[in-house]
Each structure stands twice: as structure tokens, then as C-alpha cells.
Design a protein around this ligand. Sequence first.
Ligand code: SAM
Length: 311
Amino acid sequence: MANDYHIPVLAREAIEALDIRTDGMYIDATLGGGGYSEMILMYSPSIKLYGFDTDPQAIGYASKKLEKFSDRFKIIAENFSDLRDALAKEHVKQISGIVYDLGVSSRQLDTTSIGLSYRFDAPLDMRLDPRLARSAMDIIATTTADELKHIFGMYGEEPMSGRIARWIVEARQVKPIKTTHELAAIVTQGIREDKKNSTLSRIFQALRIEVNDELGSLRSSLEQALELLEVGGRIVVVSYHSLEDRIVKDFFASYANPKVVEGSLESLRQSIDEKKARLRLITKKPIVPSDEEVSRNPRARSAKMRVAEKK
Ligand SMILES: C[S@@+](CC[C@H](N)C(=O)[O-])C[C@H]1O[C@@H](n2cnc3c(N)ncnc32)[C@H](O)[C@@H]1O
């Protein structure tokens, strides 16, 4: 199958970083078009793999693409924040490694059905998992101006978050905001022409993160992954924006360099207790795609990969 669904980003680097054990049990936390999964499964005929995704389109596509591996590959249609429980149902208590390729696939961005992109007019939905209770439309319709400001500022790092939140609240009093283009028109009403696209990217990213609780899910899943990993097993994370990367960086640092507080009340000191470390950093600085990869696949440009190993 050609890569018409999604061109995997940093794929060779991510699979190498997993340092695969040929008879291991691996997790692809973000199955998508199955690009990473296929490479892991092809690495050795005795590898077992579970792939997580909640998007029915991704699940449908990947299950066909990876059909030939069905004796040692299974899709789990759950959020990766349910890692522990979902694997327990499969009687899996330990894993050899896990890879996350965060965010959304090219297919999800280019599809008009769930309204992730302001470039296509679509219902304002944004749920990667259709079972989620709250869509972007619900948030835009019911959230206070203060909360909207917080969402745009925190998850979109949007400098005009307060003003944009007010415009939305004013507009929804006149008429419900139901589509991506309706929202885009309101968000950009007072924005300079050359800044419109970057503002829209930030606002749409912020809403997507809020709808899908992307940062909370990541934090929780990393904690569970660490518990499930065997010694020497690796966590590999490819992220696409600074908020995700910060979570991964801080999580790895907190277990690779655990801090202890010492001294008396008058002179408290923090030092690192090597003996308590549960992770070893494999990447001190994140790995980024080559210029060649970015020119071939512009969506790779913001990718950053971090890797750690269980001690
Ligand atoms: C960038 S794509 C992965 C592409 C994949 N590595 C490949 O080679 O085709 C990310 C995928 O992860 C899924 N995803 C995002 N957040 C998720 C979560 N919390 N739990 C499960 N799947 C998630 C998305 O639905 C999407 O299909």
C-alpha cells in the first residue's frame, strides 16, 4: 500500500531508537496509518505488537494494511491513556518497548469530516474518538470567556487569547457557531491579513488539545508505560509542538534525575539521587528530521523525538 494515508515521520529513527528485541512485545500507542507498526512487525517474525488508536478511519485502514500480521498483531480501539487496563484485558503485564507518534495523521487533517483544519469547511467537531462526550462545537457554545482565554493561551500560546475569546462570546449570542469557517471568520475578524493563518493554527490546535485532553492523556500514559516496561525497554516519543515536548522532557527528567531535598529548614538543598533513577536518557537533546525529510514531507518540520530506557 502506498503512503497515501499518512507519510510516517522520523520512522527509521523511531524504530531504531526502540532497540528492538526480536522476540519482544511492543506497543504502538498511535497506530494511525500503521507505518510504524509495519516496520516493527517486519523487524522480526517473532515480535508481538498491540496498536492503539481511537479513530475508526485509522483502525479500518491499518487493520487492512496489517492483515498479514494478524497472528501477532492486534488493534486496541482505546485511548493510550487506558494503556494499563486495556493491556490487562489482553493479559499483558510487561512490555519490551512503546512508541508514540503524537497528534493527528495527514488523513485526519485533510479529511473534512471532523473539522480539525480551518482550511476546509466542516462541522466543528474535532473528536479523535467519536465516543467522547464533548465536541469543539460544545466547548465554543458553552465555555465562559475566561475559560476560552485560558484554553487559547495555554494550549495555543495565543497572544490575543482574551480578545479572541470575547469575539467568540459576542458572536455566539447572535448565532450558534457550528462550522470551522464560521469560527475562522470570527477569530480573524480583527487580525492582520498576514497573521491570520498563524492565529488560526494556534486557535485550532488549542481547541483540539482541549477536546481530546491530549496533554492529560499523554502524561497519564507515560506513567503507565514506565510501570509496564521491562528493564532495558524503551519509551520513544515523537511530538509536534512545544507543550507535548515539554511534558515528555519533564517526565523523562523527573525519573532520570530524581531530585531529593536535603539539609535543614534554614538551608534546604536539592540534589539528584542517582540510585532512585528509573530511567536513563538516551537522547539528551531531541532528534529532529533531516532537511531531506522535511523537504520531502513538510509536515515533519516540527517533529522532535525523545527516547529513554528503563533502568
Ligand atoms: C501522527 S498519527 C500516527 C501515524 C503513524 N505513526 C503511522 O506511521 O502511520 C497519530 C495517530 O494517533 C492517534 N491518537 C492520537 N491521540 C491518541 C490517543 N490519546 N490514544 C490513541 N490514539 C491516539 C490519532 O488518531 C492518529 O491516528
